[in-house]
Design a protein around this ligand. Structure first.
Ligand code: PA5
Length: 433
């Protein structure tokens, strides 16, 4: 497949017949997903979203992005959780590490830091600004506060024209944000009611900011549609998303209850965060779930590397390997060889990085850490779209295998209740005061 799971560093931990033993369970769960009969089935809109993408909607996203680009130096995306992590992940992965690609796309409303917001306001001073406020419920406190502050700034600067610079992405009918769309006439996009936040990156939630940032969103959707096709088999040995889910649950049952997503590319940091939300929020309930953690190597081999090698043996690791060597510059030959690096002369960084990965996997296996490897050819929009779908499908399977609903998040409510009580929101005054 376009992304394939390599188990060569896990064979000594899991035998093939253990995977074969869960095939019936996988096939039954596959039917549950595709026939929409499992818990939370009303949130399976993402399953065949990419292959059925509404072409008019795609064109409208692109047109809106063009308009925003034409009139802004900065697009501020306001959202939290599933309403921003996907766009941020793909943006980080596909854009240059230094300087800006084509447009400055930044984020707000993903924290409650006064310092962050003040620095943001200082940063946009004198710049042409547009906003994309994203909230499915339309009532989440963090983005609502950021939007209130930034909307006031926009009204101060642009007066009546401010409304033309604000795009809202929210539910079709429900919530405070939809109401302000109706009142203020903002251009808006709908978040489908059958797609939850952490499965929404391929809707306008992720695509509009990404199109503004200059990402080829058609290729992204194409990659996801390809994944849909390739990951449609109920057979665990023909479907690597299911194989990944099966390995995870077999390892978890054996006490490997922490999964460390490891990448050797710093641009993967954002995708790691998106992946953590996807799996953490989907699986962490009813006292169950694999705890998702992440590292960037070889950077973190010099920090968490020690723990991975010798700490508590409750871990397993999933390494993402980008197989194509896309960067030609080679390590130079040096006449003097004072640093003793001439043995590397004429190798590319990719070759050295790949050997760092093999060396790390071997070391961790020896240290008792099972290592799965996901092989992806390159870091482009197509493969990224594929990878996003791969993880979503694997996550649905994995959560169902462990007996939980992959699509709800009952546990994110309690802190909100407490916060509202402590802050004295009308109707919440009682408990903690
Ligand atoms: O995955 C989820 O459902 C959450 O992370 C939400 O995306 C997050 O809480 C933001 O919610 P909303 O889009 O309603 O503001």
């Amino acid at each position: 497949g376009t992304v394939s799971l390599n188990n060569k560093y896990a064979v000594q931990f899991i035998e093939q017949n253990e995977v074969a033993a869960v095939q019936d369970f996988i096939a039954a769960t596959h039917r549950k997903i595709h026939e929409k009969t499992g818990a939370g089935a009303e949130y399976l809109g993402w399953l065949e979203w990419a292959s059925n993408f509404d072409q008019n909607e795609l064109a409208r996203i692109e047109e809106t992005a063009q308009k925003l680009r034409a009139k802004s130096d900065v697009l501020i995306v306001i959202g939290i959780g599933g309403s921003y992590l996907g766009a941020k992940a793909v943006q980080d992965l596909l854009q240059p590490s230094f300087g800006l690609n084509e447009m400055d796309v930044i984020y707000a409303g993903q924290n409650l830091s006064g310092r962050y917001l003040e620095e943001l306001l200082a940063y946009i001073e004198g710049k042409e600004v547009t906003l994309n406020v994203i909230s499915k419920s339309g009532t989440t406190t963090e983005p609502a506060i950021a939007f209130r502050v930034l909307r006031a700034w926009m009204q101060e600067k642009y007066g009546e024209q401010a409304a033309d610079r604000i795009i809202a992405t929210t539910d079709k009918t429900a919530g405070a944000l939809r109401k302000s769309v109706e009142k203020s006439g903002y251009t808006s996009f709908e978040i489908p009611s059958d797609i939850g936040g952490r499965y929404s990156v391929l809707t306008a939630v992720g695509l509009l900011p990404l199109a503004v940032a200059g990402v080829d969103i058609r290729k992204l959707v194409e990659g996801a549609a390809q994944a849909e096709k390739e990951l449609a088999s109920p057979n665990v040995f023909e479907n690597d998303a299911y194989l990944y889910a099966a390995y995870r649950q077999i390892l978890n049952a054996r006490g490997h209850s922490i999964e460390v997503m490891a990448s050797f590319e710093p641009a993967m940091a954002g995708l790691n965060e998106w992946w953590k939300q996807l799996f953490g929020e989907s699986e962490g309930k009813q006292g169950k779930g694999i705890f998702p953690a992440s590292v960037i190597y070889s950077t973190d081999l010099h920090s968490l590397g020690q723990y991975l090698q010798n700490g508590r043996r409750t871990l397993f690791e999933t390494m993402i390997s980008f197989t194509a060597d896309e960067h030609e510059s080679k390590i130079p030959y040096d006449e003097e060889d004072g640093d003793g690096l001439n043995y590397l002369a004429d190798k590319t960084m990719h070759e050295v990085n790949q050997q760092a990965m093999n060396a790390t996997a071997l070391a961790h296996v020896e240290g008792g850490v099972p290592v799965l490897t996901l092989e992806v050819e390159r870091m482009d929009a197509f493969h990224t779209g594929y990878l996003l779908y791969f993880f979503m499908k694997a996550c649905a399977m994995s959560a169902y295998l462990s007996g939980v609903n992959p699509f709800d998040q009952p546990g994110v409510e309690l802190y909100k209740q407490n916060m509202f009580e402590l802050l004295g929101k009308p109707g919440y005054e009682k408990k903690n005061n």
